[in-house]
Design a binder for this molecule. Structure first.
Ligand code: PEP
Ligand code: MG
Length: 599
């Protein structure tokens, strides 16, 4: 019996950006989410060709099994009528002519299977590109999808996201569409090469209370499925192939940190007052159904932001009016008397688009995104508005318009809403009142906040995009993460101005960017006048614990110091000194902005 000696792998450490608290240890599940990647042409010896064909056939079988499993799951989750979308892909994998073409290419050209798949796929895509019929032409996305799946199968990676055992997900970048496929009950932690604090992976992880570290640069290249790994989001540290001593160290840290996180479920349902009796309302940001439980558990005062574009991923395309109506009715029931603010699809930019609405832009953050996208696809917008008004007949729902830059966009959206209300009435549908709010996340909206405040019922201050657009820093690019400065005086002045404009018009301003979910920043927000904060439910206990132990008057003094600062560094220093000095029991150094490493 031959027994291979176990090769000890060297421990490797990475430091990244910790975007969701917690410590975890386990085995890697490597998830390929990128495009086709680089495909190389190899010339094989004739002796190897038979084996190469068999390798291709095995990849086809694996891909078929995966697709059948996905189809079955889709049937359960979405109903049989939606599962048909996978049939086209299955048929391709059964198309003997296509499979023969790949196998013949391997044999005749002495090519590797990856290259043969690429050649056959490119040929097919070229044929589809010529097709006049829009619907058929768009089926080319199925070819791309099957090609990707085959290439992953050939690489030896399991692409199925159906986790049966707990795992730590490692990806180059976990795109929202891939994340939606994961069974989160088995995800212990997420570690990705790309992404930033406000990337969707980060928001999702926080929402689900899963530890996550992003910006790890080349972890994906080194990690293999099944490798042992530990992650400590408190320190932003990831260790691959940890030694026994490292595992022990992390296990201790896990007991401490995760114990603290689990114990932090207090306070839901009780009004949150600062020590000088200023009431702060905490609402929940919600995207995935998996987050609903957190909303109940942490006692959110309604839903401050429902990112409805998730329905696109879930559905694999534009959801129908009835599907949306059902989803919004569920959200309204979850939110109860405090209501839910449903944001119109924020598609484009860093968010997903799907199927027929796919766009390719050079500069997507400044492109056809959010409300612009909806205006451009007016049927889609009208469908969403109708679904919302129908669902509003069952519970309290408000609508939020994303990426507003002036009042004309509000008026145009309002006109459409009123037209659809009249139409629904004529059709005999019951409709509910729908208050209209504007996302304030574009600098122009801050400049005209006084005018906007007179036209809407509330503001939703989206600090993630506000920082991105004010400072011209891509929110999901880790290369420029150092320039994403939440406490930049320009950001703070914009927030103050927006809150004052809302106050002047007597409307609420809800801060719903990630800033609100960070205790130190939440305190600054209160100092700037914010009274309603909306965040991932899992972040609520921490923020609640902090704000219940500070006074709004002191928060105001801290905010003034930040506002008077010349740079983000100075504002961060002020926060470090003031919070660390005034409330040392609440703010340990790791809960404060990091000190400058020197210029
Ligand atoms: C924001 O931009 O701050 C926001 C709340 O919305 P999103 O993160 O979904 O863009
Ligand atoms: Mg935004």
């Amino acid at each position: 019996m031959s027994r291979r000696a176990k090769i000890e792998k060297r421990e490797i450490r990475w430091r990244g950006v910790a975007v969701s608290e917690g410590v975890a240890a386990g085995r890697v599940l490597r998830i390929h989410t990128g495009g086709r990647g680089n495909i190389y042409r190899a010339t094989l010896d004739t002796d190897d060709l038979k084996r190469e064909v068999r390798r291709f056939q095995a990849a086809v079988r694996l891909s078929r099994r995966q697709l059948l499993a996905i189809k079955r799951r889709a049937e359960v989750a979405l109903g049989a009528e939606h599962a048909y979308i996978f049939d086209a892909q299955l048929l391709m994998l059964e198309d003997r002519k296509l499979l023969d073409e790949v196998e013949d290419y391997i044999r005749q050209e002495c090519a590797n299977a990856e290259w043969a798949v690429k050649v056959a796929s490119d040929k097919l895509l070229a044929v589809y590109a010529e097709i006049k019929d829009d619907y058929l032409r768009e089926r080319s996305s199925d070819i791309e999808d099957v090609t990707r799946r085959l290439l992953v199968a050939l690489s030896g990676e399991a692409q199925s996201r159906r986790l049966t055992a707990d795992a730590i997900v490692v990806a180059e970048e976990l795109l929202p569409s891939s994340a939606a496929e994961l069974d989160f009950s088995h995800v212990r932690a997420i570690a990705s090469d790309a992404g930033g604090w406000t990337s969707h992976t980060a928001i999702l992880a926080r929402g689900l209370g899963i530890p996550a570290i992003v910006g790890l640069r080349d972890l994906y290249r080194h990690a293999r499925t099944g490798d042992e790994i530990v992650i400590d989001a408190g320190r932003g540290e990831v260790v691959l192939h940890p030694t026994a001593a490292t595992v022990e160290h992390f296990t201790e840290a896990r007991k401490l940190v995760n114990g603290g996180v689990a114990a932090a479920t207090d306070g839901g349902g009780v009004p949150l007052l600062t020590t000088d009796s200023v009431e702060i309302i905490l609402r929940a940001n919600v995207e995935l159904p998996a987050e609903y439980e957190g909303v109940r558990r942490y006692g959110a005062r309604g839903i401050g932001l429902f990112r409805s574009e998730f329905l696109f991923t879930q559905r694999g395309g534009a959801p129908t009016e009835d599907e949306q109506c059902a989803a919004y009715t569920e959200i309204a029931a979850l939110a109860g008397a405090d209501g839910a603010k449903v944001r119109l699809f924020d598609l484009g930019g860093d968010k997903q688009t799907a199927g027929e609405f796919e766009t390719a832009e050079r500069n997507p953050a400044l492109g056809l995104r959010a409300i612009r996208y909806s205006f451009q696809h007016e049927d889609m917008l009208r469908t969403q508005v109708r679904a919302l008004m129908r669902a509003a007949a069952t519970g309290r729902l408000d609508v939020v318009l994303p990426m507003i830059s002036d009042v004309s966009e509000v008026r145009r959206a309002r006109r459409i809403i009123e037209e659809e209300r009249a139409r629904l009435g004529a059709e005999g549908h019951a409709t509910g009142e729908l208050k209209i709010g504007a996302m304030i996340e574009v600098p122009a909206a801050v400049m005209v906040a006084d005018q906007l405040a007179r036209e809407v019922d509330f503001f939703s201050l989206g600090t993630n995009d506000l920082v991105q657009y004010l400072l011209a820093v891509d929110r999901s690019n880790d290369e420029v993460a150092g320039w994403f400065r939440t406490l930049h005086p320009a950001v703070l002045q914009s927030i103050k101005r927006t809150i004052e404009a809302a106050g002047g018009a007597g409307i609420p301003a809800i801060v719903c960017g990630e800033m609100a979910a960070t205790p130190a920043y939440a305190l600054v927000l209160v100092g700037l006048g914010a009274r309603v904060l909306s965040m991932a439910a899992a972040a609520m206990p921490r923020v609640r614990r902090t704000l219940a132990r500070v006074d709004a008057a002191s928060a105001c003094e801290v905010a003034s110091l930040c506002l008077d600062s010349a740079t983000a560094d100075d504002a961060e220093e002020a926060v470090r000194v003031e919070l660390g000095g005034r409330w040392p029991h609440l703010f340990s150094p790791e809960n404060l902005p990091a000190a400058k490493s020197g210029e």
